[in-house]
Design a protein around this ligand. Sequence first.
Ligand code: NDP
Ligand code: GDR
Length: 370
Amino acid sequence: MKKCLITGITGQDGAYLAEFLLKKGYEVHGLKRRSSLFNTDRIDHLYQDPHVENRNLWLHYGDMTDSTNLIRLIQEIQPDEIYNLAAMSHVQVSFETPEYTANADGIGTLRILDAVRFLGLEKKTRIYQASTSELYGKVQEVPQSETTPFYPRSPYAVAKMYAYWITVNYREAYNMFACNGILFNHESPIRGETFVTRKITRATSRIALGLQEKVFLGNLDAQRDWGHAKDYIRMMWMILQADEPEDWVIATGKTTAVRDFVRMSFAEVGMEIEFKGEGVNEKGYVSACNDPKYQLEIGKEVVAVDPRYFRPTEVDLLIGDPTKANQKLGWKPEYDLEALVKDMMQSDLKLMQKDNYLKEGGYRIMNYFE
Ligand code: NDP
Ligand code: GDR
């Protein structure tokens, strides 16, 4: 039975990957942070009673900023594979917490690599590093591939650039099987609520159900290559099963503006949205309403721009070229953007329906704008 360690197991990708690897028969170990509230919602369905014999999922307290903890855990687990997914992963928040982001996302990766080297596990343990399309930052060329130069545009991306190169360096210096997956944006019903896609699908569901008036967003012009997390975690595993350690771009090859993601989400509840104005004055109005379940008045303002969501430096256009992954590993995404939006909207409508019942029962419901 293969053993793996997933840092960031409580996050979107960690949760899907844990489920995927358990199904493949792995013994899965996950690093989780101590928090004052439960933070295991996404993996609670995988939880196993600690008193049961033959468990194959183990959670360990730890933190990417704590070398001694990481060394001890890797020594105890002796993993065949490490998936380093833990990170302060919010680009805008990284402008507020640049030093912490560098520590967790940049030096954190070094801590993992060096723990493996220090423990003499270079030949045994394969390492996947969660690199990102944010490395490309300011547009140098499109579509972006493994050979496109980097130009990071946030403290997050700069920290991830260190992580990228230290992974390459340890591979070359110590012959380690260490690989970067340069993943473009990938989303799902369990995407963090403050990333733009989930913020939109949650808000659209709440607006349709009458729980919220409108949603405030930032840059509606940004274009992203959005895929489904389930397709992308499969590729993380494939990268570590390859014959040689290499770096890989994972993307759909198609790009869409934030504004159009809004349109697609509202279309799922039978509404057409018309955008008027420009920049901070741009607003989205309901121009048609075709589903009797979710009637909203025509002309109602449901989207507005709030400049507090603008970033000091923005990444305008991401579109990835996944040719290498297609050709060498046979990877192809199963979800397109329409299927992704549908999946997220169906899930959020169900979730928000719960809030609706609470509201009808007389409970006060929070309004989420973040
Ligand atoms: P999430 O933000 O959903 O999950 C991040 C995980 O890291 C959570 O489990 C979080 O714990 C954990 N974490 C954060 N800081 C620390 C720390 N200091 N010590 C230990 N654990 C920590 O991210 P995703 O699942 O979306 O992304 C996974 C990885 O892939 C990240 O590294 C991200 O930067 C990268 N990436 C993501 C892309 C995407 O589109 N999703 C695209 C490209 C790269 P907690 O639950 O307690 O907060
Ligand atoms: P990103 O994702 O920065 O690409 O990083 P996010 O969903 O946060 O932003 C995408 C684009 O949407 C614009 N935007 C808004 N973003 C947020 N969060 N909130 C808003 O209200 C809003 N309005 C417009 C942003 O300006 C941006 O252009 C994600 C993370 O998962 C990273 O960890 C990962 O590395 C990259 O994807 C690939």
